[in-house]
Design a protein around this ligand. Sequence first.
Ligand code: SER
Length: 416
Amino acid sequence: MDTDQIRMTFVDFYRERGHQPLPGSTLVPPPGDPVLFTTSGMHPLTPYLEGRPHPQGPRLVNVQRCLRTTDLEEVGDSRHLTVFEMMGSWSLDDYSGPQSVRWGHELLCERFGLDPALLHVTVFGGDGLVGPDTESWRVWEELGVPVEPTREDNWWSSGATGPCGPDTEVFVWTGNGPPRGTPTTDDRWVEVWNHVLMRYRRRGDGQLESLERPSVDTGMGLERLAMVLQGRESVYETDLLEPWVSTVQGLWPVGSSLRLVCDHLRSAVVVVGDGVRPSSSGRGYVLRRLLRRVLTRLWRQDRSHTLSDLPETLIEVTLQHFGQPVEGQQVDARVVRRLLMDEQDRFDRLLRRGRSVVSRYRSRGELTERDLFELHDTHGLPRDLVLGVLSESEAEHESGREQLPGQDHRQGLGPA
Ligand code: SER
């Protein structure tokens, strides 16, 4: 199954069970929402999960693009992406958790054809405040799926306050040979789906209160399911990411940074497609940070690498996949490419300027805290960038050639 078929199968399954399909929203939440980006399928539904009746009824289904910067450092492994898609189903004060679990099992095994023997789940085992999720536990056992109880890992919340509750997570065995261990002891168990029993609201004072209208909220990672169903070892080998991998591989020999470059560039395209522009704060800064992380890797290999090599067709295909431009946005592949190049020029200028200013300071000796403050305050050179430029000068000095600094977290990610 390719990813389009997976999406359709998911939505159709829930439509057949009375769920209304909702269009996915953009990555940019509406004004007044405190988060920078939509981080999960449930996020746009928060008021309804807290009890407000939804105009389209109590059963909903959708596929929502999400962006998580909390996983940025994990990007590059086989299963984390910055922008990803979550297939979600909701029961707003309608059917219960056990029904959600039963349908989930049916969908995975009968529609998607997963071998039931390759499943393992985790459930909330209870803590001092809330008892164990015995309902889900019992149903999974009836279905013959092994269960592992945990505490923190099976408590879901989207933030410090708001709707939350115990969850049950579904894992698929991806190792060779028969399954071994449990989800918490063997990482060849890959989490694909999460069914959350939204029964509580965390108040500002940290206390839990029961929701009058409890809900069930599920979210399944499209790319991870595609990886499992397509028998791939990483999400980058699925039909969705493969065009990015083969294109980037052909353009720039970025070695072990291949996944990161693909993920960040693709994410940057989607973020721009949703109307974000690079800037020194907020969403624009996340975009800038993604691009600078890419450029740092490209230039470490060869200073002449340029984002203008990126073919417009790949940008176009990506925008189309995400239904972009969304209404009201004037974005096409040419605009995106131009914007990436402008940002590249800006970073290039900043590096050049930074290098000469920092070397003036360094000619007086080691940089002091005061120097770092002055470089930021007077010259607009953030600490991270200065430390990066500093290592670069040392690396150049040692190797006698131009190259970018070697330590990722110190490189030019500042807000200038
Ligand atoms: N809220 C859950 C998650 O993001 C399921 O939608 O994983």
